[in-house]
Design a protein. Structure first.
Length: 120
């Protein structure tokens, strides 16, 4: 039963269904799997591939979380106003500055981006 719940995740995209089709060596329609019944699970022999299918659904959830973070980053940084100050040593060179709060958010977003980059 947990397998049926996992396959109903809205973050499951075509590429995830393709992975499951390849894994099970079947050509099922994902709409059947989304509204799946025990008969669907039995017919596709998904219990044989339970762990691998859960891995694909977990991957879809992680990718969805990453996409949400990237959307959040994009939205936040579109609104930021940078200030240009003169360089004390060379007036021809400008220094970009942001508010301290924005700098803290920048550091937080950098850590999240590094974690996403290092994930599977």
């Amino acid at each position: 039963m947990p397998l049926a719940g996992e396959m109903r995740q809205p973050c499951m995209l075509d590429r995830h269904w393709d992975q499951i089709r390849e894994l099970t060596k079947s050509n099922f329609n994902e709409k059947d799997a989304i509204t799946c019944t025990l008969k669907t699970i039995w017919d596709l022999e998904l219990t044989k591939y339970g762990e691998a299918v859960e891995e694909v659904t977990d991957q879809s959830k992680q990718e969805d979380k990453m996409q949400n973070n990237l959307t959040k980053f994009n939205k936040y940084w579109k609104e930021i106003k940078f200030k240009m100050d003169d360089n004390a040593n060379n007036p021809d060179i400008k220094i970009l500055k942001i508010l301290d709060d924005d700098f803290e958010v920048l550091e937080e977003h950098q850590v999240l981006a590094q974690n996403m980059n290092n994930s599977r």
